[in-house]
Design a protein around this ligand. Structure first.
Ligand code: DMJ
Length: 639
């Protein structure tokens, strides 16, 4: 626009006429109104809350409330898969909190990296250069030190042979037959994956093709990496060799996709770590350290609390899930890195991995906990809780699991983890544990979330022995009661498989009341608790319950080309969901195999299982230091 100076008109300041000034002011005020209004469209109007509410304003603790939280399932592969495409579910409100985990396609698409929390984008991007530097430093560390890790020293520090005296072969013939059956199931699942979906992430057994999805940011072969250790401990050596060869020649870590930090960590990092520790094959160590470095930029936030989604490419950009309240990070996601990251430091010699997770620990230890409980959503920017919803099922669960397992994996030296775990347990019992009118023990927030939380029988069981003296028996009893309740959720269905979520209200006891909660996607949690409870008590009922699950899986989930989840556990004529989840091979079948094996196969004195059932060895620092001087680059397995 050209302004002409007219006679008689004051041309003060900018040389504008009065009417022109008026138009300009009008434009300015419009702009200001627009910017202010835009604040209201941010997720949960978080900025406004920060501006107008005091920092101390704490929302009440909510437990399993159905109404406020959206029905998003973090980590849920299908949700993630669809969500990563920027699907229809962007920013839909949660209804029921669940663990970052996996479900199947029957459910609504519920999240989107496309809907990544806008308020968190700039900080993430602002930190990219630091992220890249860190990776360079890390790579240098890796080059110098990774080869220095002594596998021989590690083996010397195990108390017992990893695979037992006789690979855990049970002496009674019935148990042996059952174990053989489980091995046959694994071979069947593997052969079909190999035939129809080789190199892709999971098998679709009805359509006989592969599924890639978006959860792993362009990484492939999730079922292969998740299966390595299961194949190895089952003695399926030909299959193990195929899997190893694929990792060597085809596992391409140069990927530019957007991945779930949690899922990549528990499946790929966990799977490769276990494969290395069990076999000593250098390739697994190289791959896992390289992959670990790609995850580091996720921690470049103002607090060091990582965001949930990371670009595995050179940018290292990270985001919070679009569905997560106010750009928050999820407790069960950032709280489920500790075990793997400690081992990444062990193998690479790079302390950075440990530093990252110790920083998370420090923040969580220090922060005020409402009623002693850890809410599920935390801002990676401010380090404050964003909502006070609490759960030991979805969104919270494996954080608690990793506290007790950190203590056990540290050779019982990590006193901080121990203290945090038992204090959390106390708070959970006081606030959440209840008994149904029919006498079933359950955790209050199971109202909308049962199956995932059933891992807690095993968790409470393995933590019992190190609890306060007067509580030991109590914890063991509690673990048994919870496992019993979870078994009830199976035995009360027509298929003898348990629903995704079960309830204890409106006359319901351990049964799903909603149609949308009735599916079973080959999940392991209930069987996981049977396995731990068997090891801890040797009560034969746990093996019997495990066998019932094998029969049910065979009858309802086995199809011509693999295993599939089902849509309704209460319908005796089943409808299949066409997905053989990778955790079926890494967890469900592994826990069943261990249940029917002698206890000396992966003895619990030496091994802790990550949340995807990948065994990681106890770190015996003093012993490792004593033997650490010895270098070896050779390959020797643990048999
Ligand atoms: C697995 O990927 C892991 O167990 C995770 O911790 C939760 N969900 C699935 C199995 O249900």
């Amino acid at each position: 626009m050209v302004f002409r100076k007219l006679p008689g008109v004051s041309a003060s300041g900018m040389g504008l006429r009065l009417s022109q000034k008026f138009v300009f002011l009008l434009f300015l005020s419009g702009l200001v109104t627009l910017c202010f209004g835009a604040l209201f469209f941010l997720p949960d109007s978080v900025r406004l809350k920060r501006i107008f509410l005091s920092k101390n304003e704490n929302p009440a603790v909510t437990v399993g409330s159905d109404n406020e939280l959206s029905k998003k399932v973090p980590g849920d592969p299908e949700h993630l898969r669809a969500g990563l495409k920027g699907g229809e579910g962007a920013n839909v409100k949660l209804k029921v909190s669940r663990k970052p985990s996996v479900t199947h396609g029957a459910r609504t698409v519920e999240r989107s990296v496309g809907s990544r929390a806008q308020d968190e984008r700039s900080p993430a991007r602002a930190q990219e250069p630091a992220a890249r530097d860190e990776r360079v430093t890390s790579a240098a560390h890796n080059g110098e030190r990774a080869s220095a890790y002594s596998y021989e020293a590690f083996k010397k520090c195990l108390l017992k042979p990893a695979l037992g005296k006789n690979k855990g072969t049970p002496s009674d013939s019935e148990t042996l037959q059952r174990r053989e059956k489980v091995k046959e199931m694994m071979k069947f699942a593997w052969d079909n994956y190999k035939r129809y979906a080789w190199g892709q992430n999971e098998l679709r057994p009805l359509t006989r093709n592969g599924h890639i999805g978006n959860m792993f940011g362009g990484l492939r072969g999730a079922s292969i990496v998740d299966s390595l250790d299961t194949l190895y401990i089952m003695g399926l050596m030909e299959e193990y060799e195929e899997a190893k060869e694929w990792v060597q020649n085809n596992l391409n870590l140069i990927s530019n996709g957007e991945a779930s930090l949690f899922e990549v960590n528990i499946r790929y990092v966990g799977g490769l770590l276990s494969a290395y520790y069990l076999t000593g094959a250098e390739i697994f160590k190289q791959k896992v350290v390289e992959l670990g470095e790609k995850l580091l930029p996720a921690f470049n936030t103002p607090t060091g609390i990582p965001r949930g989604v990371i670009n595995l490419g050179s940018s290292g950009t990270s985001w919070s899930w679009g569905w997560a309240s106010a750009g928050s990070s999820i407790l069960a996601e950032f709280g489920t890195l500790h075990l793997e990251f400690l081992h990444l430091s062990q193998l690479s010699g790079n302390p950075l991995f440990t530093e990252k997770v110790m920083n998370i620990r420090k923040l969580l230890n220090k922060i005020e906990k409402p009623h002693g409980l850890y809410p599920n959503f935390l801002s990676p920017v401010s380090g404050n809780w964003v909502q006070h919803h609490v759960s030991i099922g979805g969104l919270g669960d494996s954080f608690y699991e990793y506290l007790i397992k950190s203590y056990l994996m540290s050779d019982k030296t990590d006193q901080e983890a121990k203290k945090m775990y038992y204090s959390a347990m106390e708070a959970i019992e006081t606030n959440l544990v209840q008994k149904s009118p029919g006498g079933l023990t359950y955790v209050a927030e199971w109202r909308g979330d049962g199956h995932l939380a059933c891992f807690s029988g095993g968790m409470i069981g393995i933590g019992a022995d190190d609890g306060p003296a007067e509580q030991k028996q109590h914890y063991l009893d509690l673990a048994a009661e919870i496992t019993h309740t979870c078994h009830e959720s199976y035995s009360r269905s027509a298929t003898k498989l348990g629903p995704e979520a079960f309830r204890f209200d409106a006359g319901a006891e351990a049964t799903a009341t909603r149609l949308s909660d009735r599916y079973y996607i080959l999940r392991p949690e209930v069987i996981e608790s049977y396995m731990y409870m068997w090891r801890l008590t040797h009560d034969p009922k746990y093996r019997q319950w495990g066998w019932e699950a094998v029969e049910a899986l065979e009858k309802h989930c086995r199809v011509d080309a693999g295993f599939s989840g089902i849509r309704d556990v209460y319908a005796s004529t089943v409808s299949h969901d066409n997905m053989q989840q990778s955790f079926f091979l890494s967890e469900t079948l592994k826990y069943l195999y261990l249940l029917f094996s002698d206890d000396d196969l992966l003895p619990l004195e030496d091994w802790v299982f990550n949340t995807e059932a990948h065994p990681l060895p106890v770190i015996r620092k003093t012993c490792l230091q004593e033997h650490g001087a010895k270098q070896d680059h050779g390959q020797t397995d643990l048999e």
